[in-house]
Structure formats: C-alpha cells, structure tokens
Design a protein around this ligand. Structure first.
Ligand code: 5GP
Ligand code: ZN
Length: 111
C-alpha cells in the first residue's frame, strides 16, 4: 500500500481538514506555506498521468471541494493549487494529490 493509501486507511495518522466517501484532505507534514493542504482521491491513482475517463469524476469532485476548503481555511487573499506529476516535477508520493497553498503572498516563481 502506498503512503497516502495508508493515510486513507488510517494506518498513518494525519490532520484531516475534509473527508467524504471518495476524497480526503489533510495538512502537509512539511508545509511550504502558512496553509498547506493535500487533497487526494481515496482510490489509488498514481498521478495526473493516471487520470482517465473512467476515474475523472473524483477529480472534478476534488475541484468542487477545493474552494470549500479554501473558504473553511479563510484563504481570502487567494491560493495556489499544484499537482506534481513525475520526476521532473519532483513528485515524491505516487498517489494523485493536489496541494493547496495559501495564507500568505506566494512566490511568483512557478518553476
Ligand atoms: P509531492 O512532492 O509528491 O508533490 O508531494 C508530496 C507531499 O507529501 C510533500 O509536500 C510532503 O511534505 C507530503 N508528505 C510526505 N509524507 C507525508 C506524511 O506522512 N504525512 C503528510 N501529512 N504529508 C506527507
Ligand atoms: Zn495510494
């Protein structure tokens, strides 16, 4: 089981900020902004490269939930959503996740 599947299963603890049947959001263990949350599908999808017509409904659902999480976290000044895909992007956990970064003015450097 991958690290984030273990978090979904409760085998590794996490600080949850949102959960429903198909999606989990929790605080990043090494925050890169004052607010740094990871939003993941509970089902294992390795990365953005693994999104297909069969499983993309959960991705749409994630993007419906993200604004609600941002509101809950009072990210009134805005926020950034990032998904690293593959080694060139520095993906370290091979379970699809979307970073929500906010709570301060972020770097304008995207890469
Ligand atoms: P990636 O580098 O793959 O885009 O993002 C993986 C993220 O997962 C990193 O920001 C890292 O800090 C976070 N992370 C790694 N292990 C854990 C963990 O055990 N718990 C939590 N909450 N976050 C983790
Ligand atoms: Zn997984």
């Amino acid at each position: 089981m991958c690290l984030f599947c273990k978090i979904v299963a409760g085998e590794i603890p996490s600080t949850k900020v949102y959960e429903d049947e198909t999606v989990l959001a929790f605080r990043d263990i090494a925050p890169m902004a004052p607010t740094h949350i990871l939003v993941i599908p509970k089902a294992h999808i390795p990365s953005v490269d693994g999104i297909t017509a069969e499983n993309s409904a959960v991705v749409a659902h994630i993007f419906e939930i993200i604004p609600a999480i941002a509101a809950q976290e009072h990210l009134v000044g805005g926020y950034r959503v990032v998904s690293n895909c593959g080694p060139d992007a520095g993906q370290t956990v091979n379970h699809l996740h979307f970073h929500i970064l906010g709570g301060a003015e972020l770097s304008t450097q995207m890469a």
